[in-house]
Every structure is written in structure tokens, then in C-alpha cells.
Ligand binder design. Structure first.
Ligand SMILES: *Cc1c(COP(=O)(O)O)cnc(C)c1O
Length: 411
């Protein structure tokens, strides 16, 4: 049984840490890859005496521990926790709230993120205000004494808005919270103390740790849907939280075990294999997406291309400052509305028509009909999710083939 290795020296570069952070040869055999520890329990030498915290696999599993150490390192966090899905990771954060608490949510987020707040936690007494977080004055105006959580994605989904992490953290720090709702209750363990101040959560799924590290820019917690770039091969569903805050880490760790939405060892192993190539996959995703965005921007069948790496993007300067490159996601509006965009989606052959994103293979989808259909039409229109909007998750195939496929579908 093995402890996650200590974090490598900070001097190591990202690519090296992708491959080595949190990993070490298996102590029993020297196996270079962390084994898949398919076990639910661990033998104790005497009641309550067990090694390195391994008593039951919901609480701790060696394959998961190696992955958690690896992901924490890639986000520059002291603590990483892995979950059975991105939304399970979100659920773990929302359990830190109490009835009467208030959340400020970016207006343009993954549909399931909005649904969890609107259809699950609203019912439990948590209120949510949605704001366009590119407008800092609107964010500031949305704070209430009861605000305990500020939550956004950058780049956002599907409009690829870039939100200024450091500026929003500044607003969170200026906010004075009112008395916490709910009384202190020692019987509740780490959750016994209500959150005293607003916590900033950044969903870093679209960027991956390769493009930006929100904790370094002021986020208290980073969330990933590992289903996307971290898994990277469209073959698993998982989520992660990272934080450098000891109090938050204790609460989240307690909740992970108490609620129990943990991934299996095999999925953790697959993610450990995936993070070894995260840096080269992301590099190619970004190169391909930039070339395709530039190509589509000149295409006569396209009304508008939304890509943070183009100068036409409203937050292009912020993207250049905040991110190392601009990512693999492109949204664009096809001339001719719903019918024209439907034709494109039916005609592509190399791009697969599917929800999700972040895999090595290129995907294409229609937000108004697919990922964002749960948002009412008026709200969609307000967000700019036009009927002709299509979203591309650019894979790592040869970019010439991807461009040829789009050109054929766009005639
Ligand atoms: C997919 C996604 C989620 C939800 O993650 P699951 O792994 O599907 O539960 C959350 N945020 C963003 C930005 C996503 O793309």
C-alpha cells in the first residue's frame, strides 16, 4: 500500500508534471503504472488499525489517491478530490450551503449546472441569481448579505465568454456577508459551521489546467468535468474539485465520503493514463481550433465565429492575459438559421454529431436543440444562443481533413 508521493519540486514544468505528479512505482512490484486497485476494503491488523488511511474504498482508494494527487498538482492545489461525474463534484460544493444562502451564477453555463441549482437546491432553499459576468457592475449589484457562492465557467458554454477571474475575486473580497444562515452545530462535524464568507468557484472544464489555473488567479475552488479534456477520449464520466484552502478541503473531503459519489478504480486509472498526454492533446486542440476559427471567419456561409483567439472576440485581450492559449471550442452562427445549421450537422462526416466535448475526436452539436434545450427560448435568445448557432469541439485529427469536412458540409 502506498502513499501518494510528495508533490514534485515546483521547478518542474507542466508537461513533466502531467506524466509524473502524484505517481511512483508500485511498492510491491515496481510496476511503473499505478495499479488498478479493484478492492472495496482493506485488511486490518487489529480493529481500527489500517495503513495510510485505507480502511474502505469509498473513503480512500490508492488508484484514486494517485489521480487526486496528480490533478491537484496540475491545478497548483494542495488538495484534489475526484467524483463520479462533474455534477457530483458540483453537488459536493453545494452541500456546503444552507437554506437561505444565495448563489451568484454566470448566465451562460452548462445546462446541467443551472438545472442542479434550479431544480434541486432551489427546492432546498438556496436562491440563485444569474448574471452576465463580463459586466462587473452587474456582478457587484447581485451580491446580497446571504451570498455564499459565486460560480462561473470561463470560457463559458456555449458563448465562450471570458470572465475575469481576478476581478471577480476582488468583488468577492469586497463583499461583506451578513450573519450566516443556520446556527453552528458541532454535531454536524466539518459542516457544522455555516460558510462565513462568499466562496468563488471556477468551472475550468473548457480550459483544462493546461490553459489556466484559476486558483492562482483567485478562485477558492476549481471544478472539472473530467469527462471532457482531462479524460480526453470520450470513454468515461467523472469530475474533480481542487482547492488550496484547508477549511474548504476538510469540508469537501468530509462530504465526498459522507455523500459517496466516488468513481471506480478503473476510471481513475484511465484518467491517470489520460493526464499523461494532456499537454500535447491540448496543444493540438488549440492549434487546430485556431486554424479552423480563422478559416470559418472568412467563409461565406458563416455569419459569425465566436472564438477567444480571434481579435473579433469581445474579450480577446482578457483571454490572452488570462489563458496560455484559447482552447479547442468554437461556436459559430451559420447563415440561414435553423434549417441551414441542421443541414450542416447532417452533412458532416468526420465531425460526429454528439453532445459532450474535449475528446480526441471532433464533435459538432446544436446548442438550441441539444445541450441547451432546457433553457427557455427567450432566455436562449437573450444569451445569444441563436437557432443557427453550432458548437464545435475540435479534436486532434489532421486539421486539413477537419477543414475539408466543414467546407463540404457548409456548401
Ligand atoms: C459536462 C460539463 C459539466 C458536467 O459534467 P458531467 O461530468 O457531465 O457531470 C459541468 N461543467 C461543464 C462546463 C461541462 O461541460
Amino acid at each position: 500500500m502506498s502513499q501518494p508521493s510528495p508533490q514534485p519540486a515546483p521547478a518542474q514544468k507542466f508537461a513533466t508534471r502531467c506524466i509524473h505528479a502524484g505517481q511512483h512505482p508500485d511498492p510491491s512490484t515496481g510496476a511503473i503504472m499505478t495499479p488498478v486497485y479493484m478492492t472495496s476494503t482493506f485488511v486490518q491488523s487489529s480493529p481500527g488499525v489500517f495503513k495510510d488511511g485505507y480502511d474502505y474504498a469509498r473513503s480512500k482508494n490508492p488508484t484514486r489517491a494517485a489521480l487526486e494527487a496528480n490533478l491537484a498538482d496540475l491545478e497548483g492545489a494542495a488538495h484534489g478530490l475526484v467524483f463520479s461525474s462533474g455534477l457530483a463534484a458540483m453537488d459536493c460544493v453545494l452541500h456546503q450551503l444552507r437554506a437561505g444562502d444565495h448563489v451568484i451564477l454566470s448566465d451562460d453555463v452548462y445546462g446541467g449546472t443551472f438545472r442542479q441549482l434550479d431544480k434541486v437546491f432551489r427546492h432546498l432553499g438556496v436562491e440563485t441569481t444569474r448574471v452576465d459576468m463580463t459586466r462587473l457592475a452587474d456582478v457587484e449589484a447581485a451580491f446580497r448579505p446571504a451570498t455564499r457562492l459565486v460560480w462561473f465557467e470561463t470560457p463559458s458554454n456555449p458563448m465562450l465568454k471570458i470572465i475575469d477571474i481576478a476581478a471577480i475575486r476582488g468583488l468577492v473580497d469586497r463583499h461583506r456577508s451578513g450573519p450566516a444562515s443556520g446556527v453552528r452545530d458541532a454535531g454536524l462535524g466539518p459542516l457544522g459551521q455555516p460558510l462565513a464568507r462568499a466562496v468563488l468557484v471556477v468551472d475550468n472544464t473548457f480550459a483544462s489546467p493546461y490553459l489556466q489555473n484559476p486558483l492562482a488567479q483567485g478562485a477558492h475552488i476549481v471544478l472539472h468535468s473530467c469527462t471532457k479534456y482531462i479524460g480526453g477520449h470520450s470513454d468515461l464520466v467523472a469530475g474533480a474539485l481542487m482547492t488550496g484552502d484547508e477549511d474548504l478541503a476538510a469540508r469537501l473531503k468530509f462530504t465526498q465520503n459522507a455523500v459517496g459519489a466516488v468513481p471506480g478504480a478503473m476510471d481513475c486509472f484511465m484518467m491517470l493514463r489520460s493526464t499523461k498526454t494532456l499537454h500535447i492533446r491540448m496543444q493540438r486542440h488549440c492549434e487546430n481550433a485556431l486554424a479552423i476559427a480563422q478559416h470559418l471567419a472568412k467563409h461565406r456561409a458563416i455569419e459569425k465565429v465566436i472564438y477567444p483567439g480571434l481579435e473579433s472576440h469581445p474579450q480577446h485581450a482578457l483571454a490572452k492575459k488570462q489563458m496560455r492559449a484559447c482552447g479547442g471550442m468554437i461556436s459559430c452562427i451559420v447563415k440561414g438559421g435553423l434549417e441551414a445549421s441542421r443541414r450542416v450537422l447532417e452533412r458532416v462526416r468526420l465531425f460526429s454529431l454528439a453532445e459532450s466535448l474535449g475528446g480526441v475526436e471532433s464533435l459538432i452539436e446544436h446548442p438550441a436543440i441539444m445541450t441547451h434545450s432546457s433553457i427557455p427560448p427567450e432566455a436562449r435568445a437573450k444569451l445569444g444562443i441563436a437557432d443557427g448557432l453550432i458548437r464545435l469541439s475540435v479534436g486532434i485529427e489532421d486539421v486539413d481533413d477537419l477543414i475539408a469536412d466543414l467546407d463540404r458540409a457548409l456548401v
